[in-house]
Ligand binder design. Sequence first.
Ligand code: FAD
Length: 365
Amino acid sequence: MSDDATAKNKSPLAGVSLTFLAPADDAQTTPSAAASPDARSGEPISARVVIVGSGPAGLTAAIYTARANLGPIVIGGVVGGGQLMITSEVENYPGFPDGIQGPELMGLFRQQAERFGARIVDADVDRVDLGSRPFRLWAAGVEYLADSVIVATGAEALWLGIDSETRLRGKGVSACATCDGFFFRDKEIAVVGGGDSALEEALYLTHFASKVHLVHRRDAFRGSKIMQARAAAHPKIELHLNRTVAGIEGKDHVEALRMGRTDEPGEETIPLDGVFIAIGHRPNVAVFRDWLETDEKGYLRAEGATTASNIDGVFVAGDVDDHRYRQAVTAAGEGCRAAIDVERWLEAREPHETEKTAAGATTSR
Ligand SMILES: Cc1cc2nc3c(=O)[nH]c(=O)nc-3n(C[C@H](O)[C@H](O)[C@H](O)COP(=O)(O)OP(=O)(O)OC[C@H]3O[C@@H](n4cnc5c(N)ncnc54)[C@H](O)[C@@H]3O)c2cc1C
């Protein structure tokens, strides 16, 4: 099927399902750690590696550390699966030539991690003590003692917070131009925001859209002068300054954008097919903020070319330390890197222990 045909056969981002797939019947699942005897007894649960987050980064780290026989516990968040759970069609994850629904893809990640024995706890880590080893983490009233930790808590896209935006998310409303731009070939869309990301996304989306409305609530953009000049000069981009989003119209998919004005009374409505919200991302670092170094944008910092954090034995992976690429495949890649870094780190500290536990491994990387 040609690109055009593929795009036309799908309504933009239609149909979001939030179900995390149940593991297949033949999967060798392990009971969740929250329900384990250790947890019931109130005793802390010990693990060679605890992974925080169950998006592409966390679950890839789980697959690798489980296959290395490190018995990972994934404390994956109350809402597991990460950001792909709020998107529909994923067409750029390799290995799925016809595309795959985001929740389905994350269900497969989870199934694969559980197949190798990763224990997944659907809870949020609400406190950590990374001051000495074993590291201590608390989630849903259970304490975990970890020889090593991988932080893969992702970064949340910021939304405007209006009802119509939530209702039409995945049905023409998106927060990821790289991911969803392709669905808007020859369509008219809007980008909301005033920083460099909004300008970049607007310029990127001109490759697909017939017209891009760039909507910003102030009288000038915050982004760099060069990006502003590029956007202003682009024949497909129309600037709308001093405009707020009053509402996104449409029953099952986006049909129009209703804009209010900040400089004078009145509203105007533009018919269009998609709205990209580009007002920033917030890395999920709250519980680690007192321990782990962040960069100037608030993302966790990895040391040099590795995934090591500033604390020996704590590693970081995925969108929580990456504000440049922010893709499922790059997050998964980082999860793999972090798992290999953990494995080597543990091996260097406890060569005998690692040999002993690795002896039962059935497969190797
Ligand atoms: C609308 C949208 C559409 C997208 N579409 C695509 C696409 O088509 N293709 C693509 O490649 N990428 C896409 N992306 C980007 C992609 O989803 C991310 O790059 C990727 O999910 C990042 O993976 P991650 O594992 O680093 O973090 P996340 O996926 O964000 O996962 C982080 C996990 O950590 C958990 N967590 C956070 N805090 C805690 C805590 N304290 N304790 C325990 N758990 C915690 C969260 O609940 C979450 O489950 C899209 C993003 C959005 C917003």
